[in-house]
Design a protein around this ligand. Structure first.
Ligand SMILES: NC(=O)c1ccc[n+]([C@@H]2O[C@H](COP(=O)([O-])OP(=O)(O)OC[C@H]3O[C@@H](n4cnc5c(N)ncnc54)[C@H](OP(=O)(O)O)[C@@H]3O)[C@@H](O)[C@H]2O)c1
Length: 241
């Protein structure tokens, strides 16, 4: 793995992944890190200033033109080199909601960021993912950051309509990607990153961003064709759909 694109890198897990790669993987050729407002992303900007392989790409995933521009920029820079890993990490989660409290806008916002954006980005990046290189036989890897809350079988407490349904939908999309792109040896996995101390995960979460980032990068580096189309934890445990 030498070229990677990660969405949502100004804070949380996305920032942790970029930082971990900078500190531990000097051989990375390109780390494309998207964020909505680079001018407010001091820590990320400072990482990019100190690591010439980090390129910050301003992208609002609510905007489909931004998504296609992002893919074009990455494709132009990489040329035939290829993209080894796409991490669709950016996501949103509103608070716990019972059915009477569900708002239409909340549902559509979640679907736009958590489902539509990752699907469009994967679609636009197929040509460079085809040229990616990873463990074993596989070319590019698509990691859709999902959540155990998207598991229908594991849902025993209800609520969270926008988040649960959007993560179940990205899981369904991951499975389709794994089948549609198999002929190009592109691998697609839905990955539950664990419960992590971020703005979304909250202070009670057991893992720090630093711990989780190391675990996630270790796992991503070892993804191969045998993981294609699975819903997994960072420990490689298979989760029920
Ligand atoms: N933390 C956990 O315990 C946990 C557990 C399971 C799954 N996950 C998943 O892990 C991923 C990362 O979560 P996190 O905990 O790091 O969350 P976070 O701290 O809330 O960070 C979310 C990231 O997504 C970005 N983002 C949101 N909407 C965006 C948009 N329209 N365009 C571009 N970027 C946007 C945010 O950018 P802005 O700052 O601009 O909003 C931010 O960089 C998510 O997919 C989440 O569902 C997290």
């Amino acid at each position: 793995m030498k070229t990677i694109l990660i969405t949502g890198c100004n804070r949380g897990i996305g920032f942790g992944l970029v930082k971990h790669l900078c500190e531990n993987y000097g051989q990375m050729e390109n780390i494309f890190a998207t964020c909505r407002n680079p001018q407010n992303a001091q820590e990320l900007t400072s990482l990019a200033q100190n690591n010439s392989n980090v390129k910050i790409l301003k992208t609002d995933l609510n905007n489909s033109e931004d998504i296609s521009n992002l893919a074009k920029t990455v494709t132009d820079i990489l040329g035939t080199r290829g993209l080894d890993v796409l991490v669709n990490n950016a996501g949103i989660s509103s608070k716990f909601t019972r059915l009477p409290m569900v708002k239409e806008k909340d549902l559509t916002d979640h679907f736009r960021v958590n489902v539509i954006a990752p699907i469009l980005l994967a679609k636009h990046l197929i040509p460079v993912l085809k040229n990616g290189k990873n463990e074993g036989e596989s070319s590019g890897i698509i990691v859709n950051i999902s959540s155990v809350l998207g598991s229908i079988q594991e849902n025993t407490t209800g609520g969270y309509y926008p988040y649960r349904t959007s993560k179940a939908a990205i899981n369904a999309a991951t499975r389709s990607m794994s089948l549609d792109l198999r002929e190009h040896k592109i691998v697609a996995v839905a990955l539950h990153p664990g419960w992590i101390k971020t703005d979304m995960g909250g202070k009670q979460a057991p893992f720090t961003v630093e711990e989780a980032s190391g675990n996630l990068i270790n796992f991503i580096r070892n993804i191969s064709m045998e993981h294609n189309g699975l819903f997994l934890t960072h420990e490689g445990k298979q989760l029920p759909w």
